[in-house]
Write a protein that binds this ligand. Structure first.
Ligand SMILES: NC(=O)c1ccc[n+]([C@@H]2O[C@H](COP(=O)([O-])OP(=O)(O)OC[C@H]3O[C@@H](n4cnc5c(N)ncnc54)[C@H](O)[C@@H]3O)[C@@H](O)[C@H]2O)c1
Length: 433
């Protein structure tokens, strides 16, 4: 079982891995983080967090100073000196929407080279159902040890929300499945050190893998429904936000919020893991596939709204300047992975617009790589059409008088239409008249 002398190696010190490493170190365990990113390893060892996340820098500083947390690129040393090894590396999809498990494979190969009898390996990366049994365990068994007999294996999905990661990791319920009950119990006692949330032990690895994918697929499908309803509402001159809010007063209805599309490392990817595995097992998943299609079409729908609003003003996208507010996939974070802002911006540029972007969170390198110019907020607001894509708090105080050319397209329900209309600004949005 876990005791104060237990040491942990964590593969992947990103948005999920570093907070997990820092919290486990704060609980008194010795944690070695393994990452392939030299720069981030150095930043962490200097007592700082390369990940922008409230409160994380402080815990990293404290635990590095106490010598409880360290980072390394040397997986061999880390695994050899640990009894618990965790994998929290990225699991994207490739351009054919198939899971890319190369980082999981690479981490498991490194682990198998130094795996010892009695070790517990925990996979936290989001993976297609069956990955632990069919891919991870065979890779780990290349060590010559037998899973269940010589070493333990558990899977627990990560469900923390960026910008609130530490709170969620220490309060959310945690679902854990293992190759056997000993593995599940040992993993449960580890997470019990950092979370007050309920620990839900499910009967096996694949059930735990499936739980994570079901959660995000539920949300993606619900958002797709909201987006589709928003498009219908627009055509009927109904304010979709008002209608959805009213519908949600029904005690058993919870329609999510329409928007410019779905981004991030989870919702826009995880449903594909179900689609892929279902097909391999002879099951079609039309609802899940269609939901993805609906959400991926939303940047195109926003582009149509902008085009029609500009035409009403005697302009076209070609030759107009479009000011994008926010490119992160959600408000107040720096994460632009799979953001709907990217296809939207590329579409405007392709149609001949000059695109200027304001987002103080997201790395300028990312925005520049899409061909857009980075400007300050005041400058973005003098564009022919201002398009609010991300609901960063700093945009909530925008007033009508600041929109110099009198047109804003607000893709999130965060600004008040009436206020802008009264201020003489044309206000359009997803699902808004
Ligand atoms: N970010 C989220 O909100 C979130 C939420 C729940 C679950 N997840 C899942 O957690 C997993 C990790 O996501 P993340 O957002 O932390 O990713 P991330 O990209 O922020 O971090 C991943 C880290 O792993 C490192 N890495 C890559 N290959 C490696 C290897 N072979 N060995 C060691 N390190 C390696 C990278 O350098 C990076 O620092 C993914 O499966 C993701 O789907 C993420």
């Amino acid at each position: 079982m876990i005791n104060e002398n237990s040491s942990i190696a964590i593969f992947g010190l990103g948005h999920m891995g570093l907070p997990t490493a820092a919290l486990l170190a704060e609980s008194g365990l010795r944690v070695r983080g393994v990452d392939i990113n030299n720069k981030n390893v150095d930043i962490i060892n200097s007592g700082h967090s390369p990940i922008m996340e409230p409160g994380l820098d402080e815990i990293v500083k404290k635990t590095v100073e106490k010598d409880l947390l360290s980072a390394t690129t040397d997986s061999k040393e880390a695994v050899a000196n640990s009894q618990i090894i965790m994998v929290i590396v990225p699991t994207p999809v490739d351009r054919n929407k198939k899971s890319d498990l190369s980082a999981v494979i690479s981490a498991c190969r490194s682990i198998s080279e130094n795996l010892k009898k009695g070790d517990l390996v925990i996979i936290e990366s989001t993976v297609p159902p069956g990955t632990c049994q069919n891919l991870v365990i065979p890779l780990l068994e290349e060590s010559g040890l037998k899973a269940g007999q010589d070493f333990k294996v558990a899977y627990t999905p990560e469900r923390a929300l960026p910008n609130n990661t530490l709170h969620e990791m220490t309060h959310n319920a945690r679902v854990i499945g293992g190759i056997d009950s000993e593995s599940t119990k040992m993993a449960s006692s580890l997470y019990g050190r950092i979370t007050d949330g309920e620990i839900i032990m499910v009967q096996n690895l694949v059930t735990a893998e499936m739980v994570k994918l079901m959660e995000n697929t539920y949300r993606d499908t619900n958002i797709a429904l909201a987006n589709e309803l928003a498009l219908v509402c627009s055509a009927l001159d109904v304010d979709a936000i008002e209608a959805i809010q009213a519908a949600n007063h029904h005690p058993r209805v919870n329609i999510h919020t329409p928007g410019p599309g779905v981004g991030g490392h989870c919702l826009s990817i995880d449903p594909y893991f179900i689609v892929e595995t279902a097909l391999e097992n002879g099951v079609d998943t039309p609802l899940i596939r269609t939901s993805r299609e609906v959400n991926e079409a939303m940047p195109g729908e926003v582009s149509k709204i902008v085009q029609s609003a500009l035409e009403d003003m005697g302009k076209t996208i070609e030759g107009s300047e479009i000011g994008i507010l926010g490119v992160a996939y959600k408000g107040n974070v720096a994460d632009a992975r799979e953001t709907p802002a990217k296809p939207l911006i590329k579409n405007f540029i392709k149609k001949g617009a000059n695109v200027v972007v304001n987002d103080p969170y997201v790395s300028p390198d990312i925005i520049n790589s899409w061909g857009a110019e980075i400007v300050d907020l005041k400058r973005a607001l003098i564009s022919d059409c201002v398009v609010l894509v991300t609901d960063h708090d700093l945009y909530l105080n925008i007033e009508p008088s600041m929109i110099k050319n009198g047109l804003i397209v607000c893709t999130r329900p965060v600004l008040d239409r009436e206020t802008f209309q009264k201020g003489g600004v044309t206000f359009k949005g997803v699902g808004r008249r």
